[in-house]
Design a protein around this ligand. Structure first.
Ligand SMILES: Nc1nc2c(ncn2[C@@H]2O[C@H](COP(=O)(O)OP(=O)(O)OP(=O)(O)O)[C@@H](O)[C@H]2O)c(=O)[nH]1
Ligand SMILES: [Mg+2]
Length: 206
């Protein structure tokens, strides 16, 4: 997909604030600091549209980004951040769970995992739960640039095996730093939302 336009729409704290135009949505989940906001910026070719931070736990709302007039990216609050209270964590959990189970426009969840580390308990819970509710999921292993190429295969194997991923399930090795994986991930997103490139559609007509 060619991104001609991208804009931040809203930081939603309740479902009444979600966009009402029924465009398809792609949500991003993963622990704090895994690179969700950075991935959004890289996918959109924007330096700083989604706010990134070396301080974990920054994104605490559902942040909606509109792309062209075709779809939304929805940046979910990161989990596994130790410094938030039990009560706060429970509230976010409910809020996110409600969105993921009830949102008709939601077409795909991208679960981001740090490619350098074994998936955490929270990652596993999230992965199993999303599969259980039947929401399409793609695993994106982030920060690939932080390890040498010679280790990619080994780390990919650890991530896939720890999650217990079926062989052919969508998986992408990604780097927001270098752009690795961007085109493959876009193709998958297009497929998930049933997007047809207008230029290609015109060609096929001829
Ligand atoms: N080298 C490298 N650094 C990255 C990459 N992706 C993210 N980072 C860095 O990791 C830190 C966290 O990135 P964010 O995109 O803010 O992470 P997040 O998942 O949105 O974090 P929360 O909003 O707290 O949940 C920042 O310092 C980023 O610059 C990557 O692919 N490569
Ligand atoms: Mg973020």
């Amino acid at each position: 997909m060619k991104v001609n336009q991208s804009e931040f729409i809203i930081s939603a704290v309740s479902p009444s604030q979600y966009p009402q135009d029924a465009l398809p949505e792609i949500a991003l989940a993963g622990r704090s600091n895994v690179g969700k906001s950075s991935l959004i910026n890289r996918m959109l070719g924007r330096r700083n549209l989604a706010r990134t931070s070396s301080q974990p736990g920054k994104t605490q709302t559902l942040n909606f980004y509109l792309i062209n007039q075709d779809l939304y990216f929805v940046d979910l609050p990161g989990y596994g951040y130790a410094k938030v209270s039990q009560e706060q964590r429970r509230k976010w959990g409910q809020f996110i769970e409600q969105y993921l189970t009830n949102r008709e426009s939601l077409k795909l969840l991208l679960l981001l995992i740090d490619s350098r580390h074994e998936p955490s308990k929270d990652d596993l819970l999230m992965y199993d739960w999303v599969r259980h509710i039947g929401l399409p999921i793609a695993v994106v292993a982030t920060k690939a640039d932080k390890m040498p190429r010679s280790q990619w295969q080994k780390h990919v194997k650890v991530v896939k095996e720890t999650l217990g991923m079926p062989k052919d399930d969508p998986f992408f090795l990604f780097s927001s730093e270098t752009g690795m994986g961007k085109e493959e991930l876009w193709s998958h997103i297009e497929q998930a939302i049933g997007y047809v490139d207008p230029a290609e559609a015109a060609l096929e007509k001829d």
